[in-house]
Design a protein around this ligand. Structure first.
Ligand code: ATP
Length: 363
């Protein structure tokens, strides 16, 4: 049984003069026990998507179900979910123990002894037992985050909802907490929907990721599926760091060749078949797939080095290829300077092609 489902869900914010479609025709299933990450740029609708499931926003159309039960009109407290917010949302005058117990006291009929037992167990799991009598102002950011997690855990929900829960932590703590959250997820086995704008976080944490843009689901898949088989140019550019390069080309279908400002690229016969009779194409290649070539060939292009970022074991080169900027990650052993003319190889089994107008993936 699915933990939660969105069925053709819409959310339109109407402020009188302005209408914003924050979520458009979203259908998405949160599988039992999975860690699902909603990722996308600012304003793409991630938080709204999560808040709809939490019941903090009402849906404009469609249906939301939690374990097969339609919850469109259920209040947040009556949905079997627990939410962890970016700002922790702890009560400043309550102790950690009281903060963790409060939600349960308000929404359940559980005996106090049972509530305290759950608090103790969650505190143990999160290593915050010695903080139980403190108030939030006496806690570090990381400790507050644990308390917020503890408060969600004690509710033993069907789904955890987390909205950028690590974004207020410094980089080192964030990395540590990522691992810890995953361990916690493995231990509890509770389905989790996790919102982040950080593609690295999405890639490292998600069993599956849902990439959103402009209120629409662009792709739903495992991190590696989204990386290797992006459904369109947006996903290709959003997932992966540094981002995939795009080179806009005219396409000569009679010879299967891409052209841009003095640069030519010969596609394979198989690729040319897919490109068909179109006359423009967007070629995509990841920085780690770009090579330096000693001789010209059908899969090489000439480029000018504009910036060299020495990263130790490798250089990150920013180059001009026929007017488009291309980033290449190459061995740090090469001696390369700004202004150098170099030959790049775009291996034909590593390139992607997108429709120049719709951005849809061709291969
Ligand atoms: P961020 O990463 O910046 O938090 P997001 O992807 O979570 O962004 P949402 O907060 O879901 O995006 O917002 C999606 C769209 O809906 C945006 O255009 C936003 O301005 C709009 N929006 C969100 N909440 C409201 C609201 N209460 N009233 C009007 N418009 C809203």
């Amino acid at each position: 049984m699915a933990s939660a489902e969105y069925d053709n869900v819409y959310k339109v914010f109407d402020s009188g003069e302005d209408e914003v479609v924050a979520v458009e025709d979203l259908s998405l299933t949160v599988e039992e026990g999975e860690f699902l990450v909603l990722v996308g740029p600012s304003g793409c609708g991630k938080s709204t998507t999560l808040r709809l499931l939490a019941g903090l926003e009402t849906i404009s159309d469609g249906e939301i179900r939690i374990t097969d039960e339609v919850v469109n009109d259920e209040k947040p407290k009556d949905r079997d979910i627990a939410m962890v917010f970016q700002n922790y949302a702890l009560y400043p005058h309550k102790t950690v123990r009281e903060n963790m117990a409060f939600g349960l006291e308000m929404t359940t009929e559980l005996a106090d002894s049972e509530i305290q037992a759950r608090v103790d167990e969650a505190a143990e799991m999160l290593s915050i037992t010695e903080l139980l009598d403190r108030r939030p102002k006496a806690l570090s950011g990381g400790q507050k985050q644990r308390v917020a997690l503890g408060r969600a855990i004690v509710r033993e929900p069907t789904v955890f909802l987390m909205d950028e829960p690590l974004s207020n932590l410094d980089a080192k703590l964030r990395t540590e907490m990522r691992t810890e959250l995953q361990q916690l997820h493995d231990k509890l086995g509770v389905a989790t929907v996790y919102v982040t704008h950080d593609q690295t976080e999405a890639m490292t944490m998600g069993d599956r990721i849902a990439v959103l843009d402009g209120g629409q689901l662009q792709q739903l898949g495992t991190p590696l599926e989204c990386y290797h088989e992006p459904s369109n140019r947006f996903v290709a550019g959003f997932i992966g760091s540094p981002s995939m390069n795009f080179v806009e080309m005219e396409y000569d279908s009679t010879v299967g060749r891409g052209l841009t400002d003095g640069v030519t690229y010969q596609f394979t016969d198989e690729q040319a078949e897919i490109l068909g009779s179109r006359n423009r194409v967007t070629l995509g290649i990841r920085p780690e797939d770009v090579g330096l070539a000693s001789q010209s060939g059908p899969d090489t292009v000439e480029a000018t080095v504009e910036v060299v970022e020495p990263m130790g074991r490798e250089h990150l080169l920013h180059l001009d290829v026929g007017g488009d900027e291309v980033t290449a990650s190459v061995s740090g052993d090469y001696n390369i300077d700004i202004g150098d003319r170099v030959r790049l190889r775009f291996p034909r089994d590593r390139i992607h092609a997108f429709d120049a107008d719709s951005g849809g993936t061709l291969f």
